[in-house]
Design a protein around this ligand. Structure first.
Ligand code: KIV
Ligand code: ZN
Length: 543
């Protein structure tokens, strides 16, 4: 699986990434992202933390079963390794193993903190007990599974000599990958590179394992630290799409992969990633988690390949190499402008979908997407790939429809109170309508929807972006809501504290109020669907 000049990409979007405040995903979304990670060429997919909640267990189990065997489009022809996280105890490890075991290639990833701060204040054990626990945990994991990864949590602030001792014992106990986390994003590139070099040089048996790095971005150094670790000999990088994760996030997959790809003379290393899938995967993760990508984000931000300044544009027209170090196509950004128009038929639309990589859509989904395409093509002369991506995200990547939006009408302006009337179809098939006032048109629509559905929630994030240029652009709205009565949570493996459920929604339309309403309803439907699944929970009734 691995060669000395290949850096394995271990994606933890579905585990560490999902720990971002408010990034919670449901099982279907996790499965869809895992399928896309497989297409992207990720070597190891950390699908979750199975002990955290029954929902996490089920998601990991289904990913192992349904995505674990997939090989289509993968460079090395091998399926992804599906990993499950476990604290260093038998209960967690057994649960992780149960969840991943049906994947043809599976891994148990167990961890225990090694820094004095964590040993003293969090775990309340001494170094000796820490070593014993690591030996017991890794041996037990190895008795179940041939592929065992061990992480000394907070390694970045641990005593390097103690790390050598712990990691040496982990190797003896059967660990096959040793991952060095800078859990709190404290180190700088020279320190972290030094640490990896020191551990590889001094740990007995170090040549029998793959060394891995896992960095957090608290000082904005996650990618630099990861690359320093790779230069020092690490051959696995733990990353997330868009760098999402706890606090300031994890190392961004796209940044590490594109640094290795764009600067071969500097690293002389390769990955198994199909870089043309990067933008699609990034977009999917952003849509499902509701975590909007900042415009100037490296590689995947809306401005990453935009050239605004006159001098730059002039240079680009003369030769793109003047201001461009990577071609946008390399990361899957399609630069073709006019794709389809209002006279394009279903066949042309389907062909374009296939060309864009949407080759597994069934007839029903294609028909629904085509209907939306026609509606947009009526309002907009040129329908681009970006518009089609937005349509697909809005139409297909949606939770089950419980409440459906039929019509919206809004009146607003600088001399009137924004007023909205909304018509919807309920879960019983009946038509409901209501009207409300708001502080703005979007607020008025949300109030009217609230009056009909009657679910209390708090809006924690709202953003709206144009997916293409021009006044007729399709707008994509993303929102996150938080139920008012919060009983659903998963466990944060590092702090043992509950992470409360939030629901994200997204919607697209050439009308920003309609896009916002669709996004709100998408989040509400997701929340209602999850609640219906939860046994013994009453459906909330009042506004
Ligand atoms: O940041 C960290 O230490 C982790 C470990 C569980 C690997 O995410
Ligand atoms: Zn982490």
């Amino acid at each position: 699986m691995s060669s000395p000049d290949t850096v394995l990409i271990f994606d933890t979007t579905l585990r560490d990434g999902e720990q971002s405040p408010g990034a919670t995903l449901n099982v279907e979304e996790k499965l869809e992202i895992a399928r896309q990670l497989s297409r992207l060429g990720v070597d190891i997919c950390e699908a979750g933390f199975p002990i955290a909640s029954p929902g996490d267990f089920e998601a990991v189990r289904r990913i192992a079963e349904e995505v674990g065997p997939l090989t289509e489009g993968r460079k090395d022809g091998q399926p992804m390794v599906i990993a499950g996280l476990a604290r260093a105890n038998e209960t967690d490890i057994s649960r992780a193993y149960e969840a991943v075991r049906s994947a043809p290639r599976h891994r148990i990833h167990t961890f225990l903190a090694t820094s004095d701060i964590h040993l003293k204040h969090k775990l309340r054990i001494d170094r000796e007990e820490c070593v014993d626990q690591v030996i017991r945990a890794v041996s037990y994991a190895r008795s179940l599974c041939d592929d065992v990864e061990f992480s000394p949590e907070d390694a970045g602030r641990s005593d390097p000599e103690f790390l050598v001792q712990v990691l040496g014992e982990a190797i003896k106990a059967g660990a096959t990958t040793l991952n060095i986390p800078d859990t709190v994003g404290y180190t700088t590139p020279d320190e972290f590179g030094w640490l990896i070099d020191y551990l590889i040089t001094n740990t007995p048996g170090s040549d029998r394992v793959i060394w891995s790095v896992h960095c957090h971005n608290d000082l904005g150094l996650a990618t630099a630290n990861t690359l320093a670790g790779i230069k020092a000999g690490a051959r696995q990088a733990e990353v997330t799409l868009n760098g999402i994760g706890e606090r300031a996030g994890n190392t961004a997959l796209e940044e590490v992969v594109m640094a290795l790809t764009t600067r071969p003379q500097n690293f002389n290393l390769q990955t198994n990633i199909d870089t043309t899938q990067i933008v699609r995967t990034s977009h999917m993760v952003s849509t499902y988690t509701g975590m909007v990508i900042q415009a100037n984000k490296a590689i995947v931000g809306a401005n990453a390949f935009a050239h605004e300044a006159g001098i730059h544009q002039d240079g680009m027209l003369k030769n793109h190499q003047t201001y461009e170090i990577m071609r946008p196509e390399t990361v899957g950004l399609n630069t073709s402008k006019l794709v389809l128009g209002k006279h394009s038929g279903r066949h042309a639309f389907r062909v374009r979908l296939k060309e864009m990589g949407y080759d597994n859509m069934d007839d029903e989904d294609v028909a629904a997407a085509f209907k939306r395409f026609k509606a947009i093509a009526d309002k907009k002369k040129a329908v681009t790939d970006a518009d089609i991506e937005a349509i697909i995200a809005d139409e297909i990547y949606q939770p089950p429809v419980i409440w459906q939006l039929d019509h919206i009408q809004v009146s607003c302006g600088d001399h009137s109170i924004p007023t909205a009337s909304v018509v919807m179809t309920g879960p019983d098939g009946e038509t409901y309508s209501d009207a409300a006032l708001g502080s703005g048109p979007v607020d008025a629509v949300y109030q009217a929807i609230n009056r009909i559905i009657g679910v209390t929630n708090r809006l924690t994030e709202f953003s709206i972006n144009a997916v293409t240029e021009g006044l007729d652009a399709v707008a994509e709205a993303t929102i996150r809501i938080h139920p008012s009565d919060e009983t659903e949570y998963t466990l944060n493996p590092q702090t043992d504290k509950p992470v409360y459920r939030t629901y994200s929604g997204h919607g697209a339309s050439t009308d920003i109020v309609v896009a916002s309403a669709r996004a709100y309803l998408s989040a509400l439907n997701k929340m209602l669907a999850e609640r219906d699944k939860a046994p013994g929970r009453a459906t909330p009734a009042t506004v």
